[in-house]
Write a protein of this length. Structure first.
Length: 127
């Protein structure tokens, strides 16, 4: 893809990447992921870190550090659910606890605390 084509997709790419926002603890790694994906989509002859960083006007070292140290934490995200925006926190908690993938991780554990942030997440602490 050319630079113009990638720029034309900016809003769609931002919307797509927003669904992964909770997988990173800080804003900076989200931006680095966006830069990396833009480079992978580009028509650059080499898809290595340095050309991708320069394509995005980012210091190559910054992107190298992102790829080396900001690992995707699969442990933080068990599953995603689409629910109505008006769902109550109690109903959201109930749906999350009934989720099959969540149940797999809760087997043999006692739930210590459940935190519900409507529209964002349900966090279940168990041991």
């Amino acid at each position: 893809m050319t630079s113009d084509q990638i720029l034309a997709l900016r809003s769609e790419l931002s919307c797509y990447l927003e669904q992964f926002a909770d997988c990173f603890g800080r804003v900076e790694p989200r931006l680095h992921l966006r830069h990396y994906l833009r480079g992978q989509l580009s028509d650059l002859p080499r898809k290595s870190v340095e050309p991708i960083a320069l394509f995005n006007n980012v210091a190559p070292r910054t992107l190298q550090e992102f790829l080396a140290s900001d690992a995707w934490d699969h442990g933080k995200l068990r599953d995603r659910m689409d629910v109505p925006a008006q769902i109550s926190p109690a109903e959201l908690e109930k749906l999350a606890l009934a989720n099959e993938r969540v149940q797999e991780h809760l087997t043999g554990k006692q739930i210590k605390k459940v935190i519900v942030v409507p529209g964002k997440l349900v966090n279940i602490a168990a041991s």
